[in-house]
Ligand binder design. Sequence first.
Ligand code: NAD
Length: 290
Amino acid sequence: SDTRFRGKTIIITGAGGNFGREGCLYFARRGANIAALDLNVGALHETLAEVKTVSGCDGRIKAYLCDVSNTDFVEAAIQAVSNDFGRIDMLWNNAGYQGEIKPTLEYDPADFARVMNINVTGMFHVLPSVAKRMAAQGVTGDNSSTTSHPYSIVNTASVAALRGTPAMVAYSSSKAAVLAMTVCTAKTSNSIVAVCILWKKDLAPHGIRVNAVSPALIGPGFLWTRQNELHASSGSPYFASDPEQVAQAKISGVPMKRLGSIDEVLKSVAYLLSDDSSYSTGTNLVIDGG
Ligand code: NAD
């Protein structure tokens, strides 16, 4: 059986959503203690109820209402997690908002700001709030083994960050910022000189690895269906006006000719959160079928 997460405390943001809920189940089944954070209280409690009814969940789960875009709210929630669990090992920084699906010329700047505020600023509120507690817990292993970096953070980005998705300018911009945040917080700079000066200022010396996942077309499910409907009605010249045709065109553009599953996203997140990726930091694992 998978013992990588047994007894570990994992914080998951966006825990009421599609990925977050399945993530809570995935890690709970593997004996992790889970702090589930979300803004949507109803969805959060459904996650809690589902995890509690899963047989074989040895770990604990607690839910925390939290708006990641509000720094005080985040700090209070992370402090509560710290009080309740005593120790934080891993963070899946996953809450996100897709924004409008509209051609760039019609895109509402207020919605652009909202997307950035949740996906970028919100992710940034959570990351240092958790990392400073990990840093304070310290590192006990020696520097030549996998115990040198016991803490791991995974940020959810998207292939939209790499290729751009038509009619999603805010979302694509926000996820590109998430990738830059991942590289920067992991190590600050690739330059040898800068590393010598700045290395001590970022997270690697505190035993914390920071990586990203970039899923592409994941489904079937509500999100996949909704996105095709919105793309079909967006008026963008890139998409047919029939959602089913939109879906087929997207899948035919994937070299592996199928959608990815949430389980395939979770396996990648688990790889990056666990010691299996002990010498990787600042990377982006793309989950896109080619
Ligand atoms: P989802 O909409 O089902 O879940 C997102 C969750 O984030 C929701 O429960 C929502 O309440 C929560 N949230 C939104 N704003 C928040 C805030 N301010 N504070 C706290 N929580 C907030 O979406 P999902 O499919 O589970 O996506 C999870 C992550 O994966 C997102 O970052 C998304 O951008 C990314 N992603 C998803 C896909 C996909 O195909 N589903 C592909 C690539 C990337």
